[in-house]
Design a binder for this molecule. Sequence first.
Ligand code: IPM
Ligand code: MN
Length: 345
Amino acid sequence: SRSINLAVIPGDGIGQEVVAQGLKVLNAVLPQDVKLETKEFDFGAKRYHATGETLTDADVEELKQHDAILLGAIGDPSVPSGVLERGFLLKLRFLFDHHVNLRPSKLLPGVATPLKGQPEIDFIVVREGTEGPYTGNGGSIRTGTPHEVATEVSVNTAFGVERVVRDAFARAQARPRKKLTLVHKNNVLAYAGHLWTNVFNRVAKEFPEVTTDYIHVDAATIYLVTDPGRFDVIVTDNLFGDIITDLAAAVSGGIGVAASGNINPSREFPSMFEPVHGSAPDIAGQGKADPSATVLSVGLLLRHLGFEAEAARIEDAVSADLAERGETVRTTEQIGDALAVRVAR
Ligand code: IPM
Ligand code: MN
C-alpha cells in the first residue's frame, strides 16, 4: 500500500499555526489506504537559543529518511538576521539539492489584487535554487574601513543552468499555453547572461512546441504589474527569482496564498514545501494568519509525490473557499476546518 513519510517543521511565529492546518487538510484529503507518518522537528529560533544550533549533521541524516518536508516558517527578531536563513533554510536547499524552486502565481476568483481591472494571472516561476549569488562565494577586505571591498560572486554552472532550464521547458510543455520566458539581465551580466541564454536556446530546440521569450529582469517587473497575463512559465536565476516572486505574490493575492516548493526532481533527497510568507512574529499566536498558502504548498507536495488528484482537490478547495470568503474574518483554524471539509467531499 502507499505511504508518505513526512518531516514536519512548524518553525517560528505563525509557522506553528499554519502547519497545523496544512496537516489537517492533508489528513482529510488522503485516501484511506495511504499511510501518513509524520515526524515533527523543532528547528528555528527556540532550538537556536537553547543549543546554539540551527541544523546539525545528525538532523540532516534524519531528514533524509523522509519522502518530503513540510515547513512553516523560520525566523525571529531575537536571532540576528541571516543566521537562520543561511544556517537552516539555505543550508537545506543546498544539501538536498533543491534546484527547482517552484512558485506558482494564480489570481483566484474573488481575490483582491492591487492591479487595475482584475487581470488574468496564471503563471509559474521556476527559480533556480542552488546557484547564483546564493552560494556564499565572496569576501571582504579592509572590512569596516572606508576602503572596504566586498565581492559576492554569482556562480552559474552549465550543469546547474541546464537542469533547471530543462525542468522549466518540461513544465511549459505540459501547460495549455506552452510558453516559457527566460528572465535575466544579459545586457549587463555578460558571462552568466551568455550561459543562461545559450543553454536556453539550445534546450529550446528539443521543445519545438514551446514558445520562447526573453525579458530583462527590470522590464519583467514592469510587465508583472502592467501585463502579467503575458507570462505562462518563467525560468530565472536564484536572486532574480527571489525578487520577482515576491512581486508576483503581491499582484496575485498576496503572500497569504503564495505557495512554494524547493524541489529535487530526482527525488534523491526530500523536497521541501513552504508558504512564501515568513514567520510574521507580529501576528503570531493570534489565530490571524491565513493558512491557505501552507495548504496550497501541501498541494504542491502531493503533486510532487504523485498524488495528482489529491493536489487538484486541494487547489479547488482553496479556490472555492477564497471565492466565497468575501469580507468574513475567520481564524486560522476556521479556514483550516473549512478547507478540510471541502477536500474530504
Ligand atoms: C525566500 C526567502 C529566502 C531567499 C531567504 C529567507 C533566505 O526570501 O524563500 O524567498 O532569499 O530565498
Ligand atoms: Mn524571498
